[in-house]
Design a protein around this ligand. Structure first.
Ligand code: DC
Length: 231
């Protein structure tokens, strides 16, 4: 039988991958809270780097400058009462990384191999002691291929666009749902077709199509899988 003390002693890592807007972060945060695990949002890292590169006027096509700049950046994820905060070289950038400008550019920076290697190393470090729920695109395939539970979350593009629409900052509601749907499709294309760690479902991942599922249902399905590891 499982027991709470058993759960505390035997910690696992949970990898949650999937396309933009599939609900990964909401679900991953709640799974982490239920298990008293740490939630790691790897997309936030790519977003923080993108925000900085845009500020520095460094184009994604200029890989040498991107990598040079990376040497000066220190990224920290800090669990907070209102969700995870992202700090970049001592500055809290949490409120800046969900803007349309970052949405539109992040996939171009996320293709750069040297950048991915650096962020993946930080992500692995965070998961060394286990007890992590990590979401992204390449967690089950590349970052944590030994994660005990791997989930691939999907939903229709329309559903995902509607979810992202609700997430946009008030100041940026000038974009229409249709435009957002197009942008999400384009981002999926870039993420699926890039050469380094593309968005693919790991062979041993459980696929959850969340289009018709509530958040609670998805969270419960993942927590059940976690419990199976220690019964
Ligand atoms: O999950 P998100 O929308 O916040 O991710 C932002 C972008 O970062 C997304 O377009 C793809 C990229 N990303 C990635 O390439 N690898 C990850 N592990 C996480 C995100």
């Amino acid at each position: 039988m499982s027991s709470l003390s058993g759960e505390r002693e035997f910690r696992i890592n949970i990898a949650i991958d999937g396309p933009a807007g599939a609900g990964k972060s909401t679900v991953a945060r709640q799974v982490a809270a239920k298990l008293s695990y740490v939630y790691v949002d790897t997309g936030a890292m790519y977003r923080a780097v993108t925000w900085d590169m845009l500020n520095q006027d460094i184009d994604a096509s200029d890989e040498a400058s991107v990598l040079e700049r990376m040497n000066h950046l220190n990224i920290e994820l800090v669990p907070g009462e209102e969700g995870q905060q992202v700090w970049l070289s001592g500055q809290d950038v949490t409120d800046h990384i969900r803007s349309l400008a970052v949405n539109r550019n992040v996939s171009h920076y996320a293709k750069i191999e040297g950048l991915r290697l650096k962020l993946a190393a930080v992500q692995r470090q965070l998961a060394l002691r286990k007890g992590v729920v990590m979401d992204g695109r390449d967690i089950g395939t590349t970052v944590l291929p030994d994660a005990e539970v791997k989930i691939f979350m999907t939903a229709t593009v329309r559903e995902r666009a509607e979810r992202r629409f609700r997430e946009l900052p008030d100041s940026e509601e000038t974009i229409t749902l249709e435009q957002l749907e197009n942008e999400i499709s384009q981002r999926d294309e870039l993420d699926r077709n890039r050469e380094v760690s593309p968005l693919v479902c790991a062979d041993d991942a459980t696929v959850l199509d969340t289009t018709e599922m509530t958040i609670d249902e998805v969270v419960d399905a993942i927590v059940r899988q976690a419990h199976l590891q220690w019964v």
